[in-house]
Ligand binder design. Sequence first.
Ligand SMILES: NC(=O)c1ccc[n+]([C@@H]2O[C@H](COP(=O)([O-])OP(=O)(O)OC[C@H]3O[C@@H](n4cnc5c(N)ncnc54)[C@H](O)[C@@H]3O)[C@@H](O)[C@H]2O)c1
Length: 332
Amino acid sequence: MTEFQQKLENKKVLVTGGAGFIGSNLCETLINLNTKVVCLDNFATGHRHNLDAIKDNENFQLIEGDIRNLETCHKACKNVDYVLHEAALGSVPRSLADPITSNEVNISGFLNMLVAARDAGVKRFVYAASSSTYGDSEKLPKVEDEIGKPLSPYAITKYVNELYADIFQDAYKLDTIGLRYFNVFGRKQDPNGAYAAVIPKFVMKFMNHESPVINGDGTYSRDFTYIDNVLQMNLLALTTDNADAINEVYNTAVGERTNLVELTKLLKKHLSEFDPEIAKVEVKHGPKRAGDIPHSLASVEKAENLLGYDASHRIDEGLKEAIAWYWGNLKP
Ligand SMILES: NC(=O)c1ccc[n+]([C@@H]2O[C@H](COP(=O)([O-])OP(=O)(O)OC[C@H]3O[C@@H](n4cnc5c(N)ncnc54)[C@H](O)[C@@H]3O)[C@@H](O)[C@H]2O)c1
């Protein structure tokens, strides 16, 4: 039995946003550890099919509801040991198009969840923070205590989450850990819709022999982080016994950056193994996008030192696995 299994077996974990990309991977991981899982989701951007593998498991419960409703949050937190709060409206462009809804879900919904977790006596509240909190800070690599000015409504919402989490520890002794995710990718990430993330969007384009469009000249870079690294960070945050590790925020990344031109080359390399024609598909360039940070690269030292984090996948290994999944599951 693994240490995670020992610590989480028979515990009850609420995963908000559990039908989404990261949330559904978390639900599945926890079910495989014999943990009892409650998933709260309103399917705004998540999908029922993400839960197919676990929906009939006796340890799994789905609550269809909205974190903007405090009563729903109270119901979901009942008898729960831990919360993994993933529910939010992601995407910088979405928040620029509709800042009010992003604010309601990402800030008011977050606050509802903190209140419900506090009232239910939850032992630990681990939440999805974001690398967007680094804003206009040009310093690389990003270290947790040096942030800049937010560049989008989305970034503001994620920063406010950290401020609220801090207050809930000070005022109510609710233990929290924030995980600042850096461009996560992997199985079950949605390739469709106006706000799809770059990797699944480009994979689908290449699979259809269509040219993906890079915003700008392709020199913008990101610390692309495979889902398994994110799952590890969540399990470490849930189970750590290190008192110094609690009530902190952590970069959740690999500590390497790849620019968009390099990324498309890697995608073509791996996809060409399934379909050699993809090597011939050209990439196009469009205008830069508002609110985008030029470069993003994490220091993961804090996570390594305080949580014992050890990234299992670098970008190339992650892309290989993710592409095999997309090919097996979503090839048109
Ligand atoms: N994917 C990334 O690269 C990344 C990076 C930084 C932070 N994050 C954060 O990680 C979390 C998960 O992101 P994801 O990529 O899995 O996105 P996702 O859109 O796949 O998942 C979000 C889930 O939350 C649910 N949800 C949205 N509004 C809700 C509401 N009002 N009530 C209940 N459920 C609601 C959605 O239906 C969806 O299932 C989010 O908080 C996001 O901001 C993600």
